[in-house]
Design a protein around this ligand. Structure first.
Ligand code: NDP
Length: 256
């Protein structure tokens, strides 16, 4: 039988922030490609609802309540995954928040909260996942960046710093673990319709229309738009791809 290079049958994936938005879109894609899915988020109710949705697609799934800024909780998340499924092949660091305030008024606690949730969490999760991946002789790490990995705005300095940092962390992971056959890549979503960007549209004047005007595809992204790239970067099809940051943005980043 010929196996597709995108087949994820028998693979186990942790997706932080997988209980909604972009994380759920990627989780659905990986589940359809055959992976068992661990949905990791703070809200038990949201995570259990996501698990029910994934199971309807025919995949195995498990909800784990975790705050990704908590090192001990992240280590427990990986241990629970190995106990339940016996392995860990794919880690998607996707949990994220944004607190919109310009530099001159952004509180230090808010700065730290965004950096801890969006950037330090990826370091903690990758560090916790490494022993399992090294033992298996292969692994895939995907970090969720942003258009603010490339550009910045005045209203989200901590978010831009965290998303710039995630691209550099991705390169560091790629360089560190290439000889362990662990590939690390980032996905840079354009403007995707989620809870996070619904809030942004309430807080930032004319955001909806300015995104449409700037995006060559002339639409906001849907969470399922992220699925294909996530499957590619999770599968053997990307075994010689590491340290990259792939925009999935309807062309937003190429049009001035
Ligand atoms: P959502 O608000 O829908 O999702 C955020 C997810 O992160 C939720 O599942 C939430 O779960 C989880 N989360 C937040 N904080 C923590 C924490 N401390 N511990 C564990 N989980 C946490 O937003 P999006 O889907 O839009 O965002 C997902 C990722 O995509 C983020 O990294 C975001 O920065 C990025 N992104 C989004 C873009 C967009 O246009 N939407 C564009 C570019 C990047 P829970 O509430 O259960 O904790």
């Amino acid at each position: 039988m010929v196996t597709s290079p995108f087949d994820l049958t028998g693979k186990v994936a942790i997706i932080t922030g997988g209980n909604g938005g972009i994380g759920l879109g990627m989780a659905r894609g990986l589940a359809k490609a055959g992976a068992a899915i661990v949905i990791a988020g703070r809200s038990d109710a949201k995570s259990k609802a996501a698990v029910a949705e994934i199971e309807k697609l025919g995949a195995k799934a498990l909800a784990i309540v975790v705050d990704v800024t908590d090192k001990a909780a992240v280590e427990k998340m990986v241990a629970t995954t190995e106990t339940k499924f016996g392995r860990l092949d794919i880690l998607i660091n996707n949990a994220g928040i944004n607190i919109r305030n310009p530099v001159q008024t952004l509180a230090l606690d808010d700065w730290r909260s965004v950096i801890d949730t969006n950037l330090t969490s990826a370091f903690l999760c990758a560090q916790a996942a490494y022993p399992a991946m090294k033992k298996q002789g292969r692994g895939k790490i995907i970090n969720t960046g942003s258009m603010m990995s490339i550009f910045a705005t005045a209203y989200a300095p901590a978010y831009a710093a965290s998303k710039g940092g995630i691209v550099q962390l991705t390169k560091a992971l790629a360089a560190s673990w290439a000889t362990d056959n662990i590939q690390a890549n980032a996905i840079l979503p354009g403007w995707i319709d989620t809870d996070m960007t619904r809030k942004a549209r309430e807080q930032v004047d004319a955001l909806h229309d300015s995104v449409l005007a700037r995006t060559p595809a002339k639409r906001w992204g849907h969470i399922d738009d992220l699925a294909g790239t996530a499957v590619f970067l999770s599968s053997s099809a990307s075994d010689f791809v590491t340290g990259t940051a792939i925009p999935v943005d309807g062309g937003y980043s190429v049009q001035g």
